[in-house]
Design a protein around this ligand. Structure first.
Ligand code: DP6
Length: 343
């Protein structure tokens, strides 16, 4: 017997950043993200019945095998109790592909681990009634922290926050009652530099362990999450922009002031940010920027001003960019069981 499952899960961009962890992939502060739509990972899983208990897991990324991500996936799958029976009874063939290019400022581990956790959970038959997303979000987190936020949209919250019902360090929850202006948010990802990351996020997280500003940073991020939750309900774009931009710069300030300090923004990043701020001041349009752990800039704006923003990008930014990826707020992913037939 073999079973085939496919899943398609999006990446997400944090507005309030997860930066610093403890224990088994638990966050030092709450984070809040916008789920993307066109930037996703598609995973297919083939489970082939076997008699020998020896572990047999194959992993193909965009058609080829390679040691880089394979080791991490293997360790991850073997490490989860939920997948134990599946690994014992089946040969697992996993194929994964992204809808977006590498090093584009889109968190590929977020969409990949969301999709991988979701298909494996579905195949494992260990789902508790009505709790698929919660379980899958928790399992995705164990692969990559930010992945746990890709199960809900348009916004998702991860991390225990005082006064916020159901919030947890273990898994993400959806942000409810989002104002209509934020439901139609767009994200133009402005690619300033597409070379591979110089310092991994794992390294960055670990540097927060002995960061002189760590305690203040974690307090500030939790406060920003609470404020962002009320901003998302009220529709207050000015404060949305204020929190989002301060968070982006705080993340990079942490990198710049770590003991092994480093700089991921480039001169092009600063130039693009300054152009965005100039354009906003001149036009009064509701737009703002954020940064992930890299040099590329995410320009966020409601769909109602997309024409003006596209013209601005083409006329004032394009010469400083490698390319632009246009995305928008999405609603999370799906897993489909395709086939359960005889091999
Ligand atoms: C800057 O989720 O990639 O994108 O848990 O080690 O896989 P691991 O880290 P990862 O860190 C993401 C950091 C960030 C901010 C964020 O997405 O919240």
């Amino acid at each position: 017997m073999h079973k085939v499952f496919t899943a398609k899960y999006p990446s997400n961009i944090a507005l309030v950043k997860y930066w610093g962890k403890y224990g088994n992939q638990l966050p030092r502060n709450a984070s809040l993200s916008m789920t993307l739509c066109k930037a996703y990972t598609e995973v297919s899983l083939i489970c082939i019945k076997k008699k020998n208990p020896e572990v047999k897991i194959e992993y193909f990324f965009e058609g080829s095998t390679g040691p880089a991500f394979y080791e991490r996936i293997l360790r991850y799958i073997i490490g989860q109790n939920e997948f134990e029976k599946l690994v014992r009874n089946y040969t697992l063939k996993i194929s994964s592909k992204n809808s977006f290019p590498h090093s584009a400022g889109i968190a590929s581990s977020a969409s990949a681990f969301a999709a991988i956790a979701a298909v494996l959970l579905k195949a494992s038959n260990t789902i508790r009634a009505g709790q698929f997303n919660e379980q899958a979000s928790r399992l995705a987190r164990l692969g990559s922290g930010s992945a746990c936020r890709s199960f809900y949209g348009p916004f998702s919250l991860w991390g225990k926050l005082e006064g916020v019902k159901d919030s947890s360090d273990e898994y993400a929850i959806p942000v409810e009652n989002v104002h209509k202006v934020f439901k139609s948010m767009m994200d133009a990802i402005l690619i300033v530099d597409d070379s591979p990351k110089k310092v991994s996020s794992s390294k960055g997280h670990s540097l927060m362990k002995e960061h002189p500003y760590a305690a203040a940073r974690f307090r500030d991020a939790n406060k920003n999450c609470k404020e962002m939750l009320s901003v998302l309900r009220s529709g207050d774009f000015e404060n949305f922009a204020f929190i989002t931009e301060r968070e982006a710069l705080s993340l990079h300030a942490m990198m710049m002031t770590s003991r092994e300090h480093y700089l991921l923004i480039r001169s092009g990043t600063v130039k693009v940010i300054e152009e965005i701020l100039r354009f906003r001041k001149e036009t009064g349009l509701p737009l703002c920027y954020t940064l992930d752990a890299g040099p590329n800039v995410h320009l966020l704006y409601p769909a109602s001003i997309r024409e003006q923003v596209h013209t601005f990008i083409q006329q004032d930014l394009f010469n400083d960019l490698k390319t632009v990826i246009y995305d928008s707020a999405g609603s999370g992913g799906t897993v489909l069981k395709v086939n359960n037939g005889k091999a």
